[in-house]
Design a protein around this ligand. Structure first.
Ligand code: SAM
Length: 426
């Protein structure tokens, strides 16, 4: 016990509101102090001249009436001063009014306390507290709102509904309804225009530990479509960390114009020196859209590989240079040069995604060339399927933002993968 100056003692609003000041009680303590029979008050020490009152506000008022500056105090060394204050109030033997009790229980619910913990403070059984809450609309509503947070957090942690129900002492039906309502709410938010980032921020604010990885499991990406537009403008609109496999066949930076057919194709957009800047900028943008463990395939040519390689290495781990061995060769300089029979694909990774194949694939792949009927540099769907099978499971997302005729997208669709393409030309 310690004598402490009254002006060192502060009264916390929440503790102050447990019980209203009662003049009769102050009078009784004045008499007790005069006869030397009053007990010490209870305080929590914050600093040497700052204490928080836990129990004894009527005694402080009595001391003031007696014009005494110091008061006998016991020091509380626990942390939960509010629970201790309520417990002390119970021990005085004067029950809280219905209104005071409702406010106290509401504060406990708000602090996330279980019925059992509240019961301990009131020296009542858990069932009694449970009945009090269920028979009071305000308390019931607060409990429902509050238990949503632990329910969803358990659910996000992968806990089984039966265990959540046991732990929160709710029926399994109530848990399942709460989870379904929450899933409906976040889907509604998304469908009415909230971004995933906004939804995550809003749920985290409520104490729900929602992450992007989890949200992506609940909200199907708006995919399986070809977006006509500039990839540099369209990539930023995608959600972060959604792509499992990126396959691109960028403009080559070679002013490519096929001579293969009688009727020449138009030149490919951005197929000039700017192609390398485009590749660099697009990879920079797409990196944050890739899942933390994902694969990247980039078509290139031996003529520009020295420029392309360092760009890829800025963002991803370059693992291999694959050779697509075609069944045919291109014309070009018929007498003065060897015929071109292969194309190169740089294979890179982000994180540690493994290949999904039983037999280790070789870095030379034999696939027949296309007749380039849809696009001057059209890639064979079967070759793309090989990459997609090796790098993704069903339903994972494959993206090609230099989509051309859409060969990557067709390959992904045929393999039951989700797909998303961007192409600048209509
Ligand atoms: C080499 S081709 C891809 C051909 C494709 N692999 C196929 O099998 O049909 C490159 C494509 O990128 C497109 N492109 C060029 N710049 C682009 C940009 N900024 N955004 C989106 N697409 C672009 C070109 O129009 C062209 O169709």
């Amino acid at each position: 016990m310690k004598q402490i100056p009254i002006n060192y003692i502060q009264i916390d609003d929440k503790i102050d509101s447990i019980r209203k000041i009662d003049e009769v009680a102050i009078g009784r303590y004045v008499e007790k102090y005069e006869s030397g029979t009053s007990k010490a008050i209870l305080v929590k020490r914050i600093t040497k001249d700052k204490y928080i009152l836990i129990d004894g506000k009527h005694r402080i008022e009595a001391k003031k009436k007696l014009e005494q500056r110091k008061i006998d105090c016991e020091l509380f060394d626990g942390e939960d001063i509010y629970s201790k204050a309520v417990e002390c109030n119970q021990e005085h033997g004067i029950p809280l009014t219905k209104e005071e009790e409702e406010k106290v229980i509401l504060n406990f619910i708000d602090a996330g306390k279980s019925d059992e913990e509240i019961g301990k403070v009131f020296h009542l059984a858990r069932r009694t507290i449970n009945n009090k809450i269920n028979s009071n609309q305000t308390l019931k509503k607060a409990r429902v709102a509050k238990s949503k947070v632990p329910t969803i957090n358990y659910f996000l942690d992968g806990e089984k509904q039966v265990n959540i129900a046991k732990d929160l002492r709710l029926s399994e039906g109530a848990i399942s309804q709460r989870i379904n309502n929450w899933l409906d709410e976040i889907n509604d938010d998304y469908n009415t225009g909230s971004t995933k980032q906004e939804i995550i921020a809003q749920e985290n604010e409520k104490g729900i530990k929602l992450t992007l990885k989890k949200l992506n499991e609940f909200i199907e990406e708006d995919c399986n479509k070809l977006i006509i537009g500039d990839c540099l403008k369209e990539i930023p609109k995608l959600d972060n960390e959604i792509i499992d496999c990126l396959i691109i066949d960028p403009p080559y930076g070679m002013n490519y114009q096929s001579n293969h057919r009688k009727e020449k194709y138009n030149k490919i957009s951005n197929d000039n020196k700017k192609a390398f800047i485009l590749l660099d900028s697009s990879l920079k943008l797409v990196k944050e859209k890739m899942k933390r463990n994902s694969h990247i395939y980039i078509f290139t040519s031996w003529k520009v590989i020295d420029k392309v390689k360092p760009i890829i290495e800025k963002y991803f781990k370059l693992k291999n240079c694959l050779v697509w061995n075609k069944n045919n060769w291109s014309m070009g300089d018929l007498e003065g040069n060897y015929a071109e029979k292969y194309e190169l694909i740089l294979f890179a990774t982000l994180g540690k995604k493994k290949l999904y194949c039983d037999k280790r694939p070789l870095n030379v792949l034999d696939f027949a060339r296309t007749n380039n009927e849809e696009h001057p540099t059209q890639k064979p769907v079967e070759l793309l399927k090989e990459f997609i099978k090796n790098s993704t499971k069903e339903n994972e997302l494959v993206v090609d933002y230099f989509a051309g005729s859409g060969s990557t997208l067709i390959a992904a669709k045929e393999l039951n993968r989700r797909w998303l393409g961007i192409e600048i030309k209509k």
